[in-house]
Structure formats: structure tokens, C-alpha cells
Ligand binder design. Structure first.
Ligand SMILES: NC(=O)c1ccc[n+]([C@@H]2O[C@H](COP(=O)([O-])OP(=O)(O)OC[C@H]3O[C@@H](n4cnc5c(N)ncnc54)[C@H](O)[C@@H]3O)[C@@H](O)[C@H]2O)c1
Length: 401
């Protein structure tokens, strides 16, 4: 396409704040507008980040100048926002999840197919070092045939930032993509069936009464087993009431026929079967210094190191060695800007801007966004049915993606 992007941020909330400066700085971006239902929030963006105000989302959709929408609205309303953007001929960068209904995910895929527009789901965990490590080793063949993995996203309900909004009572698996993306992207596969159980709220939180939310949801945490298209199995945990803090999104175990990876706190271990001897023997590699952020590695001798890890000290700091190649392709205009969520923000912004500028679907496209979102949506139904095994629809994948 090779035309600079004029973008509009929709939703000037807590998360968008971390992206406004990055989009403003990207060399492929001409101008960034911002709007919010609460005008003062858009004014705050103008004053702090230099974005221009556009009064409403509808105005942004109608503007011929704007060619991309940056969706940072609340989690459960993405389907409608994104479908309207694609129908208006705009490229879309969307915070996760893709949508809260399976049909909406299907419609987004259909619109992208029909129009050739870029839809990019900005899943931060795709660039989490543990996910990158499993991808790298899986690609090399280290694990052999994939057997089983477990990934999780822990975020306690009282500090996730929902407050008393409608989002509070939503089923945790309506927001499944941190966990699913990490494990599914490692093998580039998808779920074919799910079975899910949940932990119902016992604290009497009114948001988790069946009539206290829009989803008749009583579960504050959900755990899903997924049968995968490659013959393996994955367990995904979305916990909002848990005796754990950080790391909060990670792959805790990833196993194939030849090797296994395990992670806890700050320790990443790769165990490989030793095929050079008749005896049962494995080799162990501690790959923590390669997978942990550089600042964390530098602090590993400190007495309170593990406690600081468990309190999230290095979630917003430096890149990890495994991210070096990706970091090297970032524009110099990003130098000095903060890149949150394990350094993923800059990489996601760059992926989207390049995809639109070059006219090429990104890796985190509509098809993969559906593969990371839909299993969670189906699992919510399974959970309501006491764990009934349900099939997961798949919207395919174009050959060139
Ligand atoms: N690691 C991650 O990937 C990550 C982390 C945090 C949040 N998020 C995502 O970011 C998004 C925003 O989260 P947040 O915590 O900033 O929410 P928030 O509630 O702080 O902000 C959402 C904003 O969207 C605005 N809005 C809603 N509909 C609108 C419309 N039609 N036009 C204009 N503005 C509208 C609201 O007024 C609100 O200010 C969510 O989708 C969430 O899933 C992702």
C-alpha cells in the first residue's frame, strides 16, 4: 500500500495510554486522532500525547482521511466496534479479545477475506519470552511430537481494573487469548474440542450471581482442556481468584516426545532425552538468562530476587535476549519510549503499521485471532454444562498466512 497511516484511537482508557506515544512515533504513521465517550479522556490524550480529538467513533468511521481504527474499548464490546470499522473500509488494530460471540469472530474473518483489509489482534503474550522460547524450540524440532502443554493467565478480580463495571462478572474465558495464544502459537495449531470446569465465587460478589451479569456467569476462574488439531492436548487456566500474583501469563509446562520445558517464578528449564545411551537419561539446560528480561537477569543474585519476581518487578522493563532479533527491527523513533507487557507493545505496534503499509496480512491476523478467541467462548458453554465436551469451529487459514 505504501501510504502513511492516519489512525483513530477508540477508547482513551487505561490500556490505550501505553500505546498513544508509540503510534504517534512510528515512521509509517502520519497522524493519530483519539475519541472517547467521555470527552475529558480524549482531551487528556491530546494534552499528554499530542493526539488530535475526533468527537465520536461514528465520525472516525465516516472520515475519508482516517484509514485505520485502533480499538481500545472494553473487552466485551469488540465484535460490534470491529465489524463496523471493517464495513467502513478501515484497517483495524484491536486490543484483545477478538469478540465475545463466535458469530462475530466469523463475521470479522469473512469481512477481512472479502475486503483484504488488515485486522490485527494485539495479543501481548504472543511476544512473551516464554511463548517465544517454546515456538523457537518447537520449530527446531527439540520437543519432537507435541504431547501436552499448560498455559495460564492469573489476574485477581480486585486488581484487574474492572471495578464495578459490566466486565467484572464476565466469564474469565471471554478473555482467553493471553493463555491460548501462548500455547497455540508455539505450534501454530488450533483447538478442535474443549471441556471446561469452573470455580464459582464463594465471596458473595454480586457481580458473580447468575443474575448479576449479562452472561449468567457464576465462575470467577475457569479451567479448560483443549484437544488440538495436531493430536496434542493443552490445558488453559483463566483465574481471577487465586493465591498467586506474578508472573501472571506464562506457559508452565510444554512437553513433546523428545523434550519438555518447565517454568516457575524465574526459572526456565529445558529437559531433553539423551538418545546416545541405552539407560534412561536426560540432559537439563537452565535457559533462564536467555528467556528472562535483561534487567531481571542482572538482579538474579539479589536476596529478594524471587519475591520481586513474584511481585511483578520486571514485567515492564527491558527486553529478553530471546527478543533481540525482533527488537532489532524496531524503528529508531521508538528509542527511549516505554514498551510494556514484557516488551511486547513496541513489537505489536510495529507489526500492525508494517502490515498496513506493506499491504500484507500480519501473523496475528483475523484467522489466528479467531483460533485464540473461539475456544474460550465455546468453553464458557461447556462450563455451564458441567464440562460437556464441545466442538470448536475453525475458520481456516489462508495459504499465504
Ligand atoms: N495485555 C493486554 O493485552 C491488555 C491489558 C489491558 C487491557 N487490554 C485491553 O484493552 C482494552 C481497554 O482496556 P482498559 O482497561 O483500557 O479499559 P477502560 O475501561 O479503561 O477503557 C475503555 C474506554 O473505551 C471507551 N469507549 C467505549 N466505547 C466507546 C465508543 N463507542 N467510542 C469511544 N470510546 C468508547 C470508554 O469510555 C473507556 O474510556 C480492553 O479491550 C482490554 O481487553 C489488553
Amino acid at each position: 500500500m505504501n501510504k502513511k497511516l492516519t489512525l483513530a484511537i477508540i477508547g482513551c482508557g487505561k490500556f490505550a495510554k501505553h500505546f498513544a506515544k508509540l503510534f504517534m512515533a512510528h515512521p509509517y504513521v502520519e497522524k493519530v486522532y483519539a475519541c472517547d465517550l467521555i470527552r475529558e479522556k480524549a482531551e487528556e490524550f491530546r494534552d499528554n500525547y499530542g493526539t488530535e480529538i475526533i468527537d465520536t467513533y461514528e465520525e472516525a468511521l465516516a472520515s475519508p482521511e482516517i484509514n485505520g481504527i485502533l480499538n481500545f474499548t472494553e473487552r466485551h464490546i469488540h465484535g460490534d466496534i470491529v465489524i463496523r470499522a471493517l464495513k467502513a473500509g478501515k484497517h483495524v488494530y484491536s486490543a484483545v479479545p477478538m469478540a465475545s460471540k463466535v458469530d462475530e469472530c466469523g463475521e470479522i474473518v469473512r469481512l477481512v477475506k472479502e475486503t483484504g483489509l488488515i485486522y490485527f489482534m494485539a495479543e501481548t503474550c504472543y511476544y512473551y519470552p516464554c511463548a517465544m522460547y517454546c515456538r523457537e524450540e518447537y520449530k527446531k524440532g527439540t520437543f519432537g511430537d507435541f504431547c501436552y502443554a499448560a498455559s495460564q493467565y492469573y489476574h485477581n478480580i480486585d486488581n484487574i481494573g474492572y471495578g464495578k463495571t459490566a466486565e467484572r462478572g464476565m466469564p474469565p474465558l471471554l478473555y482467553p487469548t493471553h493463555s491460548t495464544a501462548m500455547v497455540l502459537s508455539a505450534m501454530d495449531t488450533y483447538a478442535t474440542e474443549v471441556s471446561c470446569f469452573g470455580y464459582a465465587d464463594k465471596k458473595g460478589d454480586p457481580a458473580f450471581k447468575k443474575d448479576g451479569n449479562a452472561w449468567e456467569n457464576e465462575f470467577v476462574s475457569q479451567y479448560v482442556m483443549m484437544r488440538l488439531a495436531n493430536g496434542g492436548v493443552a490445558r488453559v487456566t483463566e483465574a481471577r481468584s487465586f493465591g498467586w500474583n506474578k508472573p501472571s501469563s506464562y506457559i508452565s509446562g510444554f512437553y513433546g516426545t523428545k523434550a519438555g520445558y518447565e517454568f516457575s517464578n524465574a526459572q526456565h528449564l529445558l529437559v531433553e532425552k539423551d538418545f546416545t545411551t541405552e539407560k534412561e537419561h536426560v540432559t537439563v539446560r537452565d535457559v533462564s538468562d536467555y528467556v528472562n528480561p535483561e534487567d531481571m537477569v542482572a538482579a538474579k543474585g539479589e536476596p529478594d530476587f524471587k519475591e520481586n519476581v513474584a511481585n511483578g518487578m520486571w514485567q515492564w522493563s527491558s527486553p529478553a535476549a530471546i527478543q533481540a532479533n525482533d527488537v532489532a527491527r524496531l524503528p529508531k523513533e521508538f528509542d527511549g519510549l516505554v514498551s510494556g507487557h514484557m516488551y511486547s507493545h513496541k513489537l505489536l505496534v510495529d507489526d500492525f503499521c508494517r502490515a498496513v503499509y506493506e499491504g500484507k496480512q500480519p501473523y496475528l491476523n483475523a484467522w489466528r485471532a479467531a483460533r485464540y478467541t473461539v475456544p474460550g467462548l465455546v468453553a464458557i458453554e461447556s462450563c455451564k454444562m458441567g464440562g460437556k465436551v464441545l466442538p470448536v469451529p475453525d475458520f481456516g487459514m489462508p495459504e499465504d498466512c
